[in-house]
Design a protein around this ligand. Structure first.
Ligand code: C2E
Ligand code: MG
Ligand code: MG
Ligand code: MG
Length: 279
């Protein structure tokens, strides 16, 4: 589209800019409504033991359950929620519902070892939020060892006291820490020497690479995952392969030595009532 410039130097917005401004305003309004009306909730995606096929836990993935628009996925609002700090409120709503969901799932299965994992962005890692999580765990009677907090390498990019203190406190409580989307961030591996990570989640791009139509690329993906598994073993981490979509990928990651898998092959993220049927 053509740039329009008013004679007095006032820049007239192009239709595209107007559209994206409108979208941004709409997203902010949706988030605000979600915060006020308690509309943030988890979908539950099973994490499966590759060898036995047993579900060992669920990742609680955030959705905005909009009364008119339906379930809005995080890709559409997380960045704005982080920027505006509304993520803190959204994350609290998600966390409480994730824990009550875990109680229902455990009851259904008759197994109080089932795990729950939640994603925390760097802005969410505050002592205040950690204290909230500790209170909620106690209120639901859930042992902290059943909670895994997923962070990304972005957390380690800045040497931030607030973040390291929050992580230290989570570990002290007995929570487990997982590195999400491993190998796709921009940080160095040095944090692995400074901080004990319990679980490495192998990003779905690597899992997908295993079944690439070009056999040379597939072989390189396999060798890369072998390398990640070697690091994870040395650092005493368990491993989860993300984005497992077919039997071939599942078999390959198991053969390489990955214990757990998550992906559409097993189940997509599910509403609680669906997750209850599968557990
Ligand atoms: P993530 O934590 O890496 O979650 C995995 C994403 O991959 C999820 O997308 C899931 O639906 C999708 N996925 C699972 N299995 C497959 C598969 O087999 N194939 C493909 N193509 N995709 C699969 P979702 O639910 O849209 O979440 C996207 C991202 O949003 C998450 O990535 C996470 O980074 C972020 N997120 C989700 N919930 C929260 C939250 O509560 N707080 C924060 N800060 N971020 C969240
Ligand atoms: Mg995750
Ligand atoms: Mg991930
Ligand atoms: Mg991701």
């Amino acid at each position: 589209s053509r740039k329009a410039e008013g004679g007095n130097g006032i820049r007239v917005f192009e239709p595209q800019m107007l559209a994206s401004r409108k979208k941004r305003t709409e997203t902010e309004a949706d988030i605000l409504r979600g915060v006020e009306e308690n509309l943030f909730e988890p979908s539950f995606q099973p994490i499966t033991c590759l060898a036995s096929g047993q579900i060992i836990g669920f990742e609680a993935l955030m959705r905005l359950n909009h009364p008119e628009k339906g379930l809005i996925p995080p890709g559409e609002f997380i960045a704005v929620a982080e920027e505006t700090k509304w993520i803190d409120h959204a994350g609290r709503q998600l966390f409480s519902k994730a824990l009550s969901g875990l109680c229902a799932l455990s009851r259904k299965r008759g197994d109080d070892r089932l795990h729950i994992t939640v994603n925390l962005s760097p802005v969410q890692l505050t002592p205040d939020k950690v204290a909230f999580m500790e209170r909620e765990l106690a209120a639901y009677g859930i042992d902290a060892s059943r909670l895994t907090v997923e962070i990304t390498e972005a957390v380690f990019m800045e040497d931030n006291d607030r973040i390291s203190e929050s992580l230290r406190r989570l570990k002290e409580m007995g929570c487990r820490i997982a590195l999400d989307d491993f190998g796709t961030g921009y940080s160095s591996l040095a944090y692995l020497t400074r901080f004990h990570v319990d679980t490495i989640k192998i990003d779905q791009t690597f899992t997908k690479g295993l079944t690439h139509s070009d056999p040379a690329l597939a072989a390189r993906s396999r060798r890369l995952i072998e390398g990640i598994v070697a690091i994870a073993r040395k650092m005493d981490c368990t491993m989860v392969a993300e984005g497992v979509e077919d039997e071939e990928q599942s078999l390959q990651v198991l053969t390489i030595g990955v214990q757990y898998g998550q992906g559409y092959l097993f189940a997509p993220p599910l509403p609680l009532h669906e997750a209850l049927k599968r557990v």
